[in-house]
Design a protein around this ligand. Structure first.
Ligand code: SF4
Ligand code: SF4
Length: 313
């Protein structure tokens, strides 16, 4: 029974990792398709005949596949963008924070953009902040920095674990909106990890400048490793704040069976969001990653589908 349960949760975590890595692969593919789109346009007017190096090899591979489609142009127009805002199979999907930012900065409601956030918003309302734990490449990077902290601890260096208020990210969300309204500048996309990482990948693939973006990422990683674990997602990310608010009435939640719980406390260090799982797994901070469930030796934690306040175990 216990072995089955452990196996099930190992599979869930493996699927979560697969989704995270597939998302990264998808975004990289879309950016390469963007590069190929420009290459085709330049080639058609005779501006480019050949591209050297790894970009050239990638363009050759894409050309062999996409270039042979009946209508490559239509395929490329139906599949482009990045994690901030993409078109996949002709369907537009955007990050809700992109909508908030664009609406604030332009002082205008863009209906196509509003429609493009419906799928992410619906998923978040039902499943909570799963964008963070299952999709965001920033989460993947910061999980890796958490592992690095573990290595440092094992070799006797114990990096500080400064506690920072979770509330900061809600303040940052409001400040970002106010600044975008006042300055008409896209504030969030400068440092929000899904946008920042997408832009960095775009710059590397297109061969444009990345210094500023890599500097911001390096600062985040240094703070994560040497100052405060999971500092960004727990306490700073305006996107995480927005997803938390949207998912506050989610139906997928982690529940505690108090009959089974022995108060061993093993779930607490497993929580990427730094929550006291026994008290806070229903809070808007929980991203439904499921790590606490896997860590519980008594099988006292489980996912449930219920509306808030309906179930107490
Ligand atoms: S909090 Fe922000 S950076 Fe962290 S996983 Fe969520 S969206 Fe990504
Ligand atoms: S309470 Fe559990 S499911 Fe929620 S964020 Fe923490 S470890 Fe993940």
């Amino acid at each position: 029974m216990e072995a089955d349960r452990q196996r099930r949760h190992r599979v869930i975590q493996a699927v979560r990792r697969f989704v995270q890595l597939s998302t990264v692969a998808l975004v990289v593919c879309l950016i390469f398709l963007g590069l190929y789109y420009h290459y085709r346009a330049a080639r058609s007017i005779g501006e480019i005949t050949d591209v050297a190096g790894w970009r050239g090899q990638a363009l050759t591979i894409i050309d062999e596949r996409v270039g042979k489609l009946d209508d490559p142009e239509a395929f490329l127009l139906a599949n482009n963008g990045n994690l901030w805002s993409m078109r996949l199979g002709g369907v537009d999907v955007a990050d809700p924070l992109a909508f908030v930012e664009a609406t604030s900065a332009t002082h205008d409601l863009h209906w196509p953009l509003l429609i493009s956030i419906l799928i992410p918003v619906a998923l978040t309302v039902l499943l909570g902040r799963v964008f963070c734990s299952w999709i965001c490449p920033g989460y993947l990077v910061f999980e890796a920095t958490g592992k690095l902290r573990g290595v440092l601890r094992r070799i006797g260096l114990d990096p500080p674990a400064l506690e920072v208020s979770h509330a900061n990210k809600y303040v940052l969300l409001i400040v970002g909106v106010v600044l975008a309204v006042a300055t008409s500048l896209p504030i969030f996309s400068m440092f929000y990890p899904p946008a920042l990482l997408s832009r960095t990948a775009h710059a590397i693939i297109f061969g444009t400048g990345v210094t500023g973006m890599l500097t911001i990422l390096a600062v985040m990683v240094v703070v994560e490793v040497f100052v405060s674990p999971r500092w960004w997602c727990r306490t700073m990310c305006p996107g995480g704040a927005l997803y938390g608010i949207l998912g506050s009435a989610r139906v997928l939640r982690v529940r505690v069976s108090h009959q089974g719980c022995t108060n061993c406390g093993l779930c607490h260090p497993a929580c990427e969001e730094g929550l006291n799982v026994l008290k806070e797994s229903s809070s808007i901070e929980c991203d439904n990653c499921g790590a606490c469930i896997k860590s519980c030796p008594e099988a006292a934690l489980h996912f449930t589908l219920s509306v808030p306040g309906m179930q107490k175990s």
